[in-house]
Design a protein around this ligand. Sequence first.
Ligand SMILES: Cc1cc2nc3c(=O)[nH]c(=O)nc-3n(C[C@H](O)[C@H](O)[C@H](O)COP(=O)(O)OP(=O)(O)OC[C@H]3O[C@@H](n4cnc5c(N)ncnc54)[C@H](O)[C@@H]3O)c2cc1C
Length: 354
Amino acid sequence: MASKIVYNENLQKLNTFKVEASAEAFLAINSIDELEILFSEISKYNEKLVIGGGSNLLFAGDYSGLVIYPQLFGIEKTNETQDNIYLRVAASENWHDFVTACLKNNYFGIENLALIPGTVGAAPVQNIGAYGVEIERFIESVECFDLQENEHIIFNHSECEFAYRESRLKNAGQGRYLVCYVNFILNKIATPVLSYAPLKKLSEDLARNQKEATPKNVYDWVCKLRKEKLPDPFVLANAGSFFKNPTVSSDKFVKLKNQFPNIVGYPDKSDEKIKVAAGWLIDNAGLKGKRVGNVAIHEQQALVLVNFGEMQGSKILDLACDVMQKIKSLYGIVLEPEVRVLGIDLAERSKLIK
Ligand SMILES: Cc1cc2nc3c(=O)[nH]c(=O)nc-3n(C[C@H](O)[C@H](O)[C@H](O)COP(=O)(O)OP(=O)(O)OC[C@H]3O[C@@H](n4cnc5c(N)ncnc54)[C@H](O)[C@@H]3O)c2cc1C
């Protein structure tokens, strides 16, 4: 059956915070051709949101605009060399299932990114990263449909403008480029990455037993750590880390270190700034576990806001703003949400944080 736009669609099942919000208009598409066919109708909406698994979104109110929900599936091997495998993966494939399938087929590199919720299409949008690996390292190009110009466009790696939890698709491209396929280059030769602190224990254990790390070790270890540390959104609604780790100048970091000797920070790879652990800032501010009504800061993970059954996303945003306010007054640092906040003018709201 041909897809059509429906109105006032409830988005509760399409966001892992499980808040109620409606989309003014909603379009689920099963093929890219449908985007071309429906282009004139799509163009009537100035505001557009492409939604995947909804695991990085907070609807703080209803969404005035068109939500597009792609249902594009398939994994295709496009090339193979002595060292590498080239895969073209459709946007709606489940991310973790893809990581697992790669491991089973001996396609290596992305095992550190196991168990991240969501879809393949969203992975390049915020350049997902975990345990010392960012996905950009394995992306050759991203095939998009331009919802503004009604045309197909391919961004090669450098055109994607990847940075820490950022890309061209997240910034100016938001609501404009619908990711249809991601082209990955994976390794046939295993090169496990164990440099990140939580994986050091794994490498020590293996060294003690005179064993070499394998991608399967890393995958299992990452899954175990994530299950221990992060609330499962199917059990306790959340959207992972709510805030990005902020960067500060080295001078500012020295001043903070004098005041807070245990502060956690590490050099930012892109420039001479220091990236500060936002979780530490929140924990040290005494906010871990803080609960207001049905929303809270997770008891083990200060970066994660959780929802015990609140239907209004604005209540989660209220708590996030309280955290931002407190962090600003205590450390002079403005936290920036990693989660995409919708249904409200966040810029206006941020002005309230003094
Ligand atoms: C428990 C938990 C743990 C998490 N851990 C991590 C982590 O370790 N590292 C990390 O980086 N993230 C993490 N996240 C955040 C989230 O899982 C990722 O950002 C994921 O890539 C979002 O995928 P999604 O399909 O749910 O995207 P959505 O939440 O639906 O959308 C996220 C963004 O991507 C855009 N988007 C989605 N699909 C497309 C598409 N096809 N075309 C164009 N734009 C699109 C949306 O418009 C939106 O801007 C975590 C989340 C949870 C709940």
